[in-house]
Write a protein that binds this ligand. Sequence first.
Ligand code: CTP
Length: 365
Amino acid sequence: MNIVNIKDTSGKLYYIGGVVRDELLGRESFDIDITYVGNAIEYCAKFGEVIRVNPDFGTIRVNVCGREVDFASTRAEVYDRKGHLPRITKIGCGLKEDVLRRDFTVNALAKSITTGEIIDYTGGLDDLKNKTLRVLHDGSFIDDPTRIIRGLKFSVRFGFELDEHTKKLQDEYLSAVNYDMCYKRVKKELMETFNLNSQEAFERFIRDGIYKLVTEKKVVLPVVNIEELIKKYPVQNVWLVYAGVLRDLSRLELTRQEKKILDDFAVLENSRMNNDFEIYRAFENAEQESILLYAILKDKDRACRYLDNLRNIKIQTNGEDLQKLGIKPSPEYKKIFDAILTAKLANPQMTGADEINIVKNYLNS
Ligand code: CTP
């Protein structure tokens, strides 16, 4: 089902990585990766309209019958700087060398486009059967620590477990993290993992100490079930509600919107909220993600009181109405609106006419 319609008799084209894994698991793949033993840019342009070429990586993206397919040249890599992008040492190497640079055995399977044969140099087929994630060599997490997060993502997505030795290597790495790593990749993997909205993934992230890749500060598991919270109150930035629990995301490059969510939460955390009026005013302009963080890290009941009961209460009276009552625009307006809101929070059924009466009483008092 993941296969695209490519006829090739060269014997040098292989489906590779996630697409082979997903097909064997009977799952749909997000993207289709094909590797060519040799120079893919020269060979693969003929399969359709070329969308993008990257000569440095020997890759080419082609539209094959309406699906975007990434063709890569087989390549060998070394990690000169651990935790950062590898340096390509050879483009057009043998298939085995290309496979051995990869993260887990289940991601190191190839399927010949010419014969349909599965090529398994690392025991990936057995691991797939046994639902096991196993790295290909002991230095795998040192080369690329984002693989620890990828392991979490795949284990939750497929219900797989890390093999014992791989778990030991992970624990070893997490006991002495090298923070000089490419956080752009860390962020990408965190987003993909937490966007699964899985409480289980988050609990493992905290309990197994995977969070130590992001911050040196100690993190404890909150009692609130974040998955349930997000199901009840959907948000766009699911991942950030989970990651925000770490409080310290200074190593990640956040967008302005993401920063605003965390800043809003910091303000909320220190806001006085002793009654409905203060709760309403504190939350009314905050992003929903910030409110959920407040629910998780500070006070769930208060946040839910706002989300369930208060947020839909809106006063109808506006500045124009006040002018019609002969009140000139001034800072007094804010006090009047506050008085209306206080009354309306206590009695949400209040009509527009009731609100005007509040204004009149306020003016008389
Ligand atoms: N890969 C790796 N180490 C990484 C990232 C990727 O070895 N840090 C290799 C794996 O062989 C992987 C392939 O590159 O299968 C493609 O990477 P990616 O598209 O990120 O992963 P997929 O396995 O295709 O998973 P997904 O289904 O999430 O796209």
